[in-house]
Design a protein around this ligand. Structure first.
Ligand SMILES: [Zn+2]
Ligand SMILES: [Zn+2]
Ligand SMILES: [Zn+2]
Ligand SMILES: [Zn+2]
Length: 412
């Protein structure tokens, strides 16, 4: 990695670290890690980052100008203006609005255009739709498949209209440079394009969400809003008002968590040191310092084992950190850890980038443990999957679309 870029990057990250106001371990710069890496000789390790959910101690830290990694609740839209619209935000099977699953802040060091970079995963909460999606995910060659799981990539250079050049501090004075578009009062997720015709203040992404909000609380609050001058508190996207959920929209979102990122091997060593809560870095910054040789051999090992004993390997690997909800490795050689060997995509099953036609590479996978944290029930018709693997443009390309659709592969 270019050392200038690296130091530029560490400049950005350091103040973000200070946000938490303690001696957080800096993942990228810590000497301890180098030592730990050297100690880790008996077993080859891919440089992999794991994500764990935590209840946010300060909910403000999940707002968009802190570039969070988060699961559930509302998305923190990186570009707060040019949100996905139309078909891209609805389930290809039932036509309902998709629900926010998680977002990963994953900037890429060596490109100016990806100084900020966030990946978003949405899905339809219907298991019926997900079963239909299983067939569609194989079919990109037959035209644009309908999907109930969607991934968006949004990226911004350091100099942009929405965020200050210097990272915001979490001291109550923080705010983004500009407000975003109003969001739907019910789901807090999608752009509120339509007004309530009576109060002209409540905003909705769809008629359905308007109806749900009306039946839930708006029926009784609408006339009060009409009389008052104050705008409805509906905009988690603006200056960080977190009150959308007071309207009882819990049915439209999953429980909200912050995602804390740790190295795969870090977790074990921390356990023994008893300071597992000290690392709090929401940014995933990829390093390429591991030798490719080790990477290849461990990956080949995975491939061979997976065919015979995928489930056992999967279990063994997961059992080291059973609470993981995310596995992240943006390396051209990285592959997802598949729970079962059948139903995995071959290289040919992964479409090229819809924008630049470059190949998509695996970047991260979401583990089913997340469903437990979301409080999804264990009924036959409840949402259930083993893993969702996310593939993104290897070039992380630019295009006029702010939220570029990437590709998800779901294993049930
Ligand atoms: Zn659906
Ligand atoms: Zn909505
Ligand atoms: Zn109204
Ligand atoms: Zn591309």
């Amino acid at each position: 990695m270019d050392s200038n870029l690296a130091s530029l990057r560490s400049l950005t990250i350091t103040p973000l670290e200070e946000i938490e106001q303690d001696e957080d371990v800096q993942m990228e710069n810590s000497d301890e890690f180098d030592e730990e890496e050297e100690e880790e000789e008996e077993e080859e390790e891919v440089e992999l980052k794991l994500g764990f959910v935590e209840k946010p101690t300060n909910p403000r830290s999940l707002l968009r100008h802190f570039f969070p990694c988060k699961a559930g609740g509302f998305p923190a839209w990186l570009d707060p203006v040019n949100l996905p619209l139309g078909k891209s935000r609805i389930c290809g099977f039932c036509g309902e609005l998709l629900q926010f699953v998680l977002q990963v802040y994953a900037p890429i060091d060596y490109k100016e255009s990806t100084f900020h970079r966030t990946l978003y995963v949405f899905m339809c909460p219907s298991m019926k739709c997900l079963r239909s999606d299983q067939h569609e995910q194989w079919r990109y060659k037959q035209g644009t498949p309908s999907r109930s799981v969607k991934v968006f990539r949004c990226q911004l250079p350091r100099l942009n209209p929405y965020y200050s050049y210097i990272p915001a501090k979490l001291d109550g004075t923080d705010r983004p440079l500009s407000t975003g578009v109003p969001l739907c009062c019910w789901c807090g997720t999608w752009k509120g394009e339509k007004n309530c015709s009576s109060c002209k203040k409540a905003r909705y992404c769809s008629e359905k969400h308007q109806a749900m909000h009306w039946n839930s609380v708006h029926k009784s609050e609408c006339h009060k809003l009409t009389a008052s001058d104050s705008p409805i508190a509906n905009n988690a996207n603006g200056i960080g008002d977190l009150t959308v959920s007071k309207n009882g929209s819990s049915k439209a979102t999953w429980k909200e968590y912050k995602i804390v990122i740790k190295e795969e091997w870090e977790f074990e060593s921390e356990e023994s040191e008893g300071n597992s809560s000290s690392v709090d870095n929401s940014a995933i910054v990829t390093k390429y310092s591991k030798t490719d040789e080790a990477m290849h051999s461990v990956m080949d090992q995975f491939e061979a084992d997976a065919n015979n004993n995928s489930w056992a390997l999967f279990q063994e690997r997961i059992s080291r950190d059973p609470e993981q909800v995310l596995r992240y490795c943006r390396d051209p050689m990285a592959k997802p850890l598949w729970p079962v060997s059948s139903g995995r995509p071959s290289k040919a099953d992964i479409p090229p980038c819809a924008y630049c036609k470059c190949p998509l590479h695996y970047e991260f996978q979401i583990m089913s443990q997340l469903l437990y944290y979301f409080g999804v029930k264990n009924d036959p018709d409840s949402l259930d999957w083993q893993t969702i693997a996310v593939y993104t443009c290897s070039e992380s390309c630019e295009s006029s679309v702010s939220y570029k659709e990437e590709f998800a592969w779901v294993q049930l």
